[in-house]
Design a protein. Structure first.
Length: 109
């Protein structure tokens, strides 16, 4: 049986109505997804900004610490070198005392 033009138009209208409803649902879902994506981008951007500021602060602190570290290292190496020199001088003096012990004791008798 051939369908009537009115029933074909009614079927086409029903299909168009469903298509419009589906398009509206898709637009709303897309809008919600865009809002969530924007929130996620904002959160990531804020975290990256915090990381950058933290890194800048750390770099500033290290720049302040570096001269002190160099000074301490310099003082420590000078003290170590001085102690080593005193050790060598003391060793030479002690060896001289042991070697010339009899002569030195003879001076005091």
């Amino acid at each position: 049986m051939p369908e009537s033009v009115a029933s074909q138009i009614a079927a086409a209208m029903a299909i168009l109505t469903r298509i419009e409803q589906r398009a509206e649902e898709d637009r709303k879902a897309l809008s919600d997804d865009r809002a969530r994506a924007e929130l996620a981008r904002s959160a990531v951007s804020a975290e990256l900004t915090d990381i950058r500021h933290g890194q800048d602060n750390m770099t500033r602190r290290l720049d302040k610490i570096e001269p002190v570290t160099d000074l301490v290292t310099s003082v420590r190496s000078r003290v170590t070198g001085g102690l080593m020199l005193l050790g060598v001088i003391g060793g030479v003096a002690w060896a001289g005392l042991v070697f010339f012990k009899e002569i030195i004791v003879g001076w005091f008798q």
